[in-house]
Ligand binder design. Structure first.
Ligand code: SAH
Length: 354
């Protein structure tokens, strides 16, 4: 591993960076290599690259595409949960989902997480490390190779907090949307965050047409702080102010995620409080309107946790209450119910069995 550690992480590089690294080679080579890498090809498969250059790349570089360590396939709807092993043995999860609008991959941005949300399996053992842009991109390449399909949509809703790996995330977005690479439009990519407010302002400055999803999960600071420690640093008011700034800078509708936990945040009074908070932050004094959408996620059970999901009637009633208060809300469809495992759970179970 010492050897691979000091090799050049070429899958994280833009064509311009590859060109700088290759100095002395014709300029078009960098573009050729970038295209090959983005199609999931290793150095031996780069047939239009001279053998001597391929050998140099093999000696000096590493392609950090993960390996499929384990996979669970749903017989009901084609969903596949992957446990990927990275070059150094660290494992992360990704989920492949088939939708009418295209195949979607839910990718991890970190191995583990240090945000400490009480209902989330990914954070239970803390943060191991952040993923490089190549490793996040590599999740897509590995899933495409395994399924033989093209992925057209990406959600950064797997393990980890994307904005706690800001540089890796932004570089990944740049690479995956590159016209000479995978060319997945940024409009087809969602980035989900628990609300690291300063990084939301940083992201707004980049003006990327991604969809920003905010994990809200509560209607007031007391109940949010009880399940999400990040709220102690960046309370709801500060978070919603950052969302308004984000919308003003990018013009992109914000999506709020709200995980429904029985007896904790699923009452009508919570729905009313949520609706009034979102409505007042949607409407500026000057009359500007910020469109929002609430995505309700019935809690996925996490091993060892006493929290549970409300029943279906309660979930639908909560949605209808939000709608009746003028908030656009939907319940997330549950994919792959036969391979049920909340995000982070597959890795947790695997490490416990080892
Ligand atoms: N760190 C990012 C991405 C995390 S996972 C974030 O916080 O947004 C994506 C979503 O799944 C988040 O909204 C997260 O809060 C939610 N989630 C985590 N564990 C869950 C569980 N057990 N049941 C339902 N949703 C969960």
């Amino acid at each position: 591993m010492a050897d691979t550690e000091c090799k050049i992480d070429i899958l994280s590089m833009t064509p311009e960076e590859i060109s700088d690294y290759l100095k002395g080679e014709p300029r078009f080579r960098a573009g050729q290599i970038f295209k090959w890498l983005s199609s999931g090809t290793d150095f031996d498969g780069m047939t239009n690259i001279p053998a001597s250059l391929r050998q140099r790349l093999k000696d000096e570089c590493i392609i950090k595409t993960p390996r499929v360590k384990k996979k669970l396939s749903s017989k009901l709807d084609g969903t596949i949960k992957y446990l990927f092993e990275l070059y150094d043995g660290v494992c992360v999860e990704a989920v492949y989902m088939v939708y009418q609008h295209g195949n979607t991959l839910c990718v991890s941005s970190q191995a583990g997480c240090r945000m400490g949300c009480k209902f989330c399996a990914s954070t239970k053992a803390g943060l191991l490390r952040s993923l490089s842009a190549s490793e996040i991109l590599g999740e897509i390449l590995a899933a495409e190779a395994d399924t033989g399909t093209r992925i057209s949509n990406v959600v950064m809703m797997g393990m980890g907090e994307p904005l706690d790996n800001f540089d890796g995330t932004v570089r990944f977005l740049q690479l995956v949307s590159h016209p000479d690479g995978k060319n997945i439009g940024l409009r087809h990519i969602s980035v989900s965050t628990c609300g690291i407010v300063p990084r939301i302002y940083d992201l707004a400055k980049l003006d990327l047409p991604i969809t920003l999803s905010i994990s809200l999960h509560a209607s007031n600071n007391d109940s949010r702080s009880a399940i999400m420690p990040i709220n102690l640093s960046y309370p709801i008011e500060k978070l919603l102010a950052a969302c308004r700034d984000y919308f003003a800078a990018t013009g992109r509708r914000i999506s709020f995620e709200y995980t429904l936990i029985a007896g904790k945040n699923d009452s009508f009074s919570a729905a009313d409080e949520l609706a009034s908070k979102l409505k007042s932050s949607m409407t500026e004094e000057d009359g500007t309107y910020m469109p929002v959408h609430v995505n309700l996620i019935p809690l996925n059970h996490v091993d060892g946790s006493s929290m549970s999901r409300p029943d279906k009637n309660r979930v639908n009633a909560f949605r209808d209450r939000l709608i009746s208060r003028g908030i656009n809300a939907t319940v997330r469809r549950r994919l792959g119910p036969d391979i049920d495992a909340a995000c982070g759970q597959l890795r947790l179970r695997e490490s416990e069995s080892e």
